[in-house]
Ligand binder design. Structure first.
Ligand SMILES: C[S@@+](CC[C@H](N)C(=O)[O-])C[C@H]1O[C@@H](n2cnc3c(N)ncnc32)[C@H](O)[C@@H]1O
Length: 262
């Protein structure tokens, strides 16, 4: 690309990331998240209770897809001494600081923000921070929207676990999302998955059976995240009433290296 074209391309990317971050966040996410803080409280509490069962294995966190941390519980962030937060959204650092900065500073926790595509540069980040653990905070399910190529998106996501071998790492991400008949859906799925599920069972047939069982309506989006975790990782499914009669089904898990892979 010539210099003449590089500037408009950069400016366009900046504006796109500011507005919707390729369908993964941006202003539209901030406005929706801010307005639905109260209805989302039950999901945030569930995320917090599962997160606090994970043992991070390092006091340094690479937090990927931090945004403003609308759904991130403070109790989890306080477990670290140093946090490197990555997001492509130009507003993320300011809004994250507004929501969590005061509390983190008062605990002596150092946060550094980076406006960066952390999936594209993951190998480099891991090399630069060999001791840090990694948390993907609800971005992997949107990767398909940024990449706009389902096969590529699924391959990128499935390849992460190889790159992360030997690390403590985890993720919360969308598995499926779609319309529901009523809000009873969240109660039914919570009852169904309270005990946690074995990740190896979440193939698409199993997911379709579960969706039928909980009364999901119409066609649900597959976020291409069935292969995020290594086989047999124990994960928790969490229903998230994203908006009226539209739910996201989140999957959450943590991987600790076995002594042989360390
Ligand atoms: C659904 S939002 C999650 C928000 C956040 N975890 C919260 O609780 O507010 C997904 C975030 O991931 C960011 N994102 C998407 N792809 C990214 C990438 N490749 N590298 C860094 N950030 C990314 C988006 O800009 C967005 O802020």
């Amino acid at each position: 690309m010539t210099k003449r074209h590089a500037l408009p391309a950069r400016a366009l990317r900046f504006l796109r990331d500011l507005w919707h971050a390729g369908g993964t966040g941006g202003l539209s996410w901030h406005v929706h998240a801010c307005c639905t803080r109260v209805p989302w409280q039950a999901t945030v509490a569930q995320l917090e209770s599962v997160l606090n069962q994970f043992t991070p294995g390092s006091s340094h966190l690479l937090l990927i897809g931090a945004s403003a941390g609308w759904m991130l519980p403070s109790s989890w962030l306080q477990r670290f001494k140093h946090i490197d937060a990555y997001d492509i959204d130009p507003l993320a650092s300011r809004l994250f600081d507004w929501r969590h900065g005061h509390m983190l500073r008062s605990q002596g926790i150092c946060v550094q923000h980076h406006r960066q595509d952390a999936l594209h540069t993951l190998s480099e980040l891991l090399n630069r921070h060999p001791q840090a653990c990694v948390w993907f905070d609800n971005l992997l399910g949107q990767h398909r929207y940024r990449v706009r190529d389902e096969i590529q998106a699924e391959q990128d996501i499935a390849a992460l676990k190889e790159k992360l071998q030997g690390r403590h790492w985890g993720s919360v991400h969308d598995l499926y999302s779609g319309p529901t008949h009523d809000m009873q859906w969240t109660r039914r799925i919570a009852a169904l998955t309270r005990a946690g599920v074995d990740n190896s069972r979440i193939d698409s047939q199993h997911a379709q059976d579960l969706l039928r069982e909980v009364g999901a309506k119409g066609v649900w989006v597959d976020h291409l995240t069935c292969q995020v975790f290594p086989q047999n990782t124990t994960t928790t499914l969490i229903p998230w009433a994203f908006k009226d009669r539209y739910c996201h089904w989140l999957q959450m898990g943590w991987v600790a290296p076995t002594p042989a892979t360390r």
